[in-house]
Design a protein around this ligand. Structure first.
Ligand code: MRU
Length: 343
């Protein structure tokens, strides 16, 4: 897995880079059971909206390869159980639900059960290559917004690890660097799961892009002192009006960016857009275990019995977003019209 690709289909198993072990260890898991793929998504061994979608597609492929169903009806009942297990992993990532619907449609359109199995495996591979291609394209569009000499602040991890492709926000940054632009990145550590400190720093180091790690609460300090040229983040779900759910702390960065007059960009493939929702108020926000807040990497940092809350995402209203970068181009307000056209 050169270039830190987090997931690979091996014909009858799924190979995953266990992201919970990075950066200390590069451990690969070979999964043969769809339940294990669902657990890997839930436990964030693989994470990031596009990569979650790809993992679920391969998980469904694994599941159907193992079913002994002979009739189509029996097959569809088994498929329902598999897709329900995938849907119960991470509720915010739109890419996951899009993949599930796509796989269901393929199954429903088929006749012969063996043919449907084959078609679902091919579809999973196709979903992976389409997502990878989309992030490569959106990175090319997004790099136009990055000027020589920019210092870019990014949040969470949005690179190859999160996308099973080139990357969204981090893809834009990598592409700008490949174009020869002299850039620097400020990466937020991204509490509580430290995707910035552990994963973005790991990817930036491997890509030889100069970066500085800051804690999430330092962002206002550096932005207010004029040290940041723009903020770029990824997205877990974008509703039809442009409201965007992304890693908790994204909204804070958007407000800071507007207050200090710097652009705030969202980079995402169109598979992250959910036109069925009118606004961010309707996005289901994943609540994770309070233990992720009271403990860091398994070590308790708060007095025993401390109550904590752990929403994994927040919603940035569209009017804070300077542009949304997709594989079909860069769009600006009015998002409500322009998202409909491209998605
Ligand atoms: O909880 P995570 O690590 O899955 O959250 C990831 C993010 O919030 C990313 O910014 C988002 O999925 C877009 S990644 C291309």
């Amino acid at each position: 897995m050169a270039n830190s690709q987090p997931i690979e289909w091996l014909g009858n198993k799924v190979k995953l880079l266990d992201q919970t072990r990075l950066p200390q260890e590069e451990v690969y898991l070979e999964l043969t059971d769809y339940h294990d793929v669902a657990s890997a998504i839930k436990e964030m061994k693989i994470r990031g909206a596009p990569a979650i979608g790809v993992a679920a597609a391969y998980g469904i492929a694994l599941g159907v390869l193992k079913t002994s169903a002979k009739s189509k009806d029996e097959f569809l009942i088994k498929l329902k159980g598999i897709t329900q297990a995938m849907a119960a992993t991470r509720p915010t990532a739109q890419n996951l639900f899009r993949v599930i619907n796509r796989m269901k449609q393929i199954a429903e359109a088929g006749e012969d059960v063996d043919e449907i199995r084959k078609a679902l495996v091919s579809e999973a591979i196709k979903i992976h290559s389409e997502e990878a291609e989309a992030t490569k394209k959106l990175a090319q569009f997004g790099a136009e917004l990055i000027q020589n000499g920019f210092t870019i602040l990014t949040h969470c991890n949005t690179g190859a690890l999160a996308t099973a492709g080139y990357g969204t926000a981090l893809g834009v940054i990598k592409q700008a660097k490949e174009q020869g632009k002299n850039i620097r990145v400020f990466a937020t550590e991204t509490r509580p799961r430290l995707q910035g400190a552990r994963l973005t720093a790991w990817e930036l180091k491997r890509a030889s892009i100069p970066f500085t790690l800051i804690t999430d609460s330092m962002a206002g300090y550096f932005i207010s002192r004029g040290k940041i040229s723009c903020v770029i983040i990824g997205a877990d779900r974008i509703t039809s009006n442009g409201d965007t759910a992304n890693k908790i702390g994204s909204y804070t960065l958007a407000v800071l960016a507007m207050e200090h007059g710097i652009p705030f960009y969202v980079a995402a493939p169109t598979t992250t857009i959910d036109l069925s929702l009118a606004s961010g108020d309707d996005i289901p926000i994943e609540e994770r275990s309070p233990q992720e807040v009271t403990h860091i990497q398994g070590v308790s940092i708060a007095p025993e019995g401390t109550q904590a809350l752990n929403p994994a995402f927040d919603v940035t209203p569209h009017y804070y977003i300077s542009a949304i970068i997709t594989e079909k181009g860069i769009i600006k307000e009015p998002y409500i019209e322009r998202l409909k056209k491209i998605a």
